[in-house]
Design a protein around this ligand. Structure first.
Ligand code: SF4
Length: 238
């Protein structure tokens, strides 16, 4: 079993320690997550700004024709899919809380809040975890492409589990107080060192505890080479 605090120490020595960002409104975060599906951070921000500029409130977004909402978020891609999804989520939130606001969710225990979010249209474990972790300060681990790839390379989860199930497998391994920093550290490592194509194992501070890094040092075949050749990109999380 990996020692998560030690892994994190090594990663933060290389990439720096993440400080928790200022809290954002949970409903804003939820809408932004939907907008972020299959697009870049820059386009997500542009689409979110476009939506906020075009409509004075979330109520106005929910009541508008779907085509108008799609037009406002066109720069984020998949607008005709995301617009009705956002509207359905907003209506579901209003139906549960009597207003388009997730503030009341703050009083809920984390498992119930997670279950509610995952019951919203088109919301999966990654989106629910992002809202809980980033907007509500809960120790829930979002597993994105980078977190998942580094985790299965290290042997923390089986690759076959896929991103969605990796949420349930990784969460119990990470102490609550380290969840946010662990999430950020793995993203930074996945982008800079443990990349999908040609991970830079020679520069990796985890090489001595990683099956791939150990194989490299000992001269054995890279155990993940087949996986990479077959396409190691995990399925996009929801
Ligand atoms: S040793 Fe290589 S495969 Fe393992 S975590 Fe580091 S970069 Fe990734």
């Amino acid at each position: 079993m990996h020692d998560i605090p030690r892994l994190l120490d090594r990663l933060e020595a290389l990439h720096g320690r993440a400080e928790r960002r200022l809290a954002v409104d949970p409903l804003d975060e939820l809408v932004a997550c939907i907008l972020s599906q299959h697009t870049s951070d820059i386009n997500t921000a542009r689409a979110f700004e476009g939506l906020r500029r075009a409509f004075p409130s979330w109520e106005a977004v929910a009541q508008a024709p779907a085509e108008s909402v799609a037009d406002a978020i066109r720069c984020g891609g998949l607008a005709d899919t995301k617009a009705p999804r956002i509207q359905a989520v907003l209506r579901a939130v209003a139906a549960r809380f009597g207003r388009m606001d997730l503030a009341d969710l703050d009083a809920w225990p984390t498992p119930e809040a997670r279950a509610f979010l995952m019951g919203l249209p088109g919301v999966g474990p990654k989106t629910a975890a992002i809202v809980l972790c980033f907007a509500m300060g809960r120790p829930v681990l979002p597993v994105d492409t980078h977190v998942f790839r580094v985790s299965w390379q290290l042997g923390l989860v089986p690759k076959q589990a896929g991103e969605a199930r990796a949420h349930d497998l990784l969460q119990p391994l990470v102490p609550d107080e380290l969840v946010y920093r662990f999430h950020i550290a793995l993203i930074r490592h996945g982008r800079a060192v443990c990349r999908a194509q040609r991970p830079r194992c020679g520069e990796c501070p985890l090489a001595s505890v990683c099956p791939v890094g150990e194989a490299m040092v000992s001269g054995l075949p890279d155990p993940s080479a087949d996986a990479r050749l077959q396409g190691s990109h995990p399925q996009p999380g929801a």
